[in-house]
Design a protein around this ligand. Structure first.
Ligand SMILES: CC(C)(COP(=O)(O)OP(=O)(O)OC[C@H]1O[C@@H](n2cnc3c(N)ncnc32)[C@H](O)[C@@H]1OP(=O)(O)O)[C@@H](O)C(=O)NCCC(=O)NCCS
Length: 179
């Protein structure tokens, strides 16, 4: 992480150039132009955590407040992590790890953190755990099971209560997506 600076900014405080840098780094890392729509899904209070080398954005993730409920517990105020991306030329140098360690340090007021991923090994290397139990959305008309969903992970934070990773985990249905 020598020469790397990590900064945070609320989505509402990013100017057009800042937003363009974010979608560029996501599209490059994921090789998916769909990231050019990222800002249509975000809210002004979403928190971006960004890594820079020489003032150039090379790593990014964004934190949203969501509401996960592990079986037997109340609904927990949850830091939900999306768009974790390291520029392709910078991958494998510890930048993703540094970014996720920084994220963990700025979400300590939340009761738990969550994300869904196709690369659980990366997150396990920074303390995240795969949810082993069943998963569902909480919709207006009740639970919406998501049996096809894999790769949902949680991070225990200082305020996280004792968890049973084999129980049911639910999250509010956002219509555009559940997990
Ligand atoms: C996944 C990604 C964020 C990792 O960032 P990175 O800077 O390349 O990773 P790091 O160099 O910090 O690696 C940290 C650890 O995770 C491991 N790791 C990295 N990528 C991994 C992967 N795809 N699968 C499993 N483990 C991985 C590394 O081996 C390293 O392990 P170590 O601490 O035991 O040495 C980055 O490669 C990326 O942007 N990929 C494309 C987009 C993507 O898949 N994002 C995540 C989707 S939710």
């Amino acid at each position: 992480m020598d020469g790397i600076q990590i900064k945070t900014a609320r989505m509402g405080d990013l100017d057009d150039a800042g937003r363009k840098a974010v979608v560029d780094v996501c599209a490059d890392a994921f090789k998916m132009p769909e990231f050019y729509d990222l800002f249509s899904f975000l809210k002004p209070d979403n928190l971006h955590v960004m890594a820079y080398r020489d003032a150039v954005l090379i790593g990014h993730t964004v934190v949203s407040t969501r509401w996960m409920q592990p079986e037997g517990l109340s609904i927990l105020c949850s830091a939900y992590i999306d768009a974790v991306a390291v520029a392709s030329a910078e991958q494998g140098k510890g930048i993703g790890k540094g970014l996720m360690q920084h994220v963990a340090s700025v979400i300590t007021d939340y009761e738990i953190a969550g994300l869904e991923t196709g690369v659980p090994g990366f997150y396990e290397s920074v303390g995240w755990e795969l949810w082993r139990g069943s998963l569902a959305g909480r919709g207006d008309d009740g639970l919406i099971p998501t049996p096809e969903q894999t790769g949902v992970m949680i991070l225990r934070l200082p305020k996280t209560p004792a968890l049973n990773l084999d129980g049911l985990l639910t999250i509010e249905d956002q219509k555009a997506r559940i997990w």
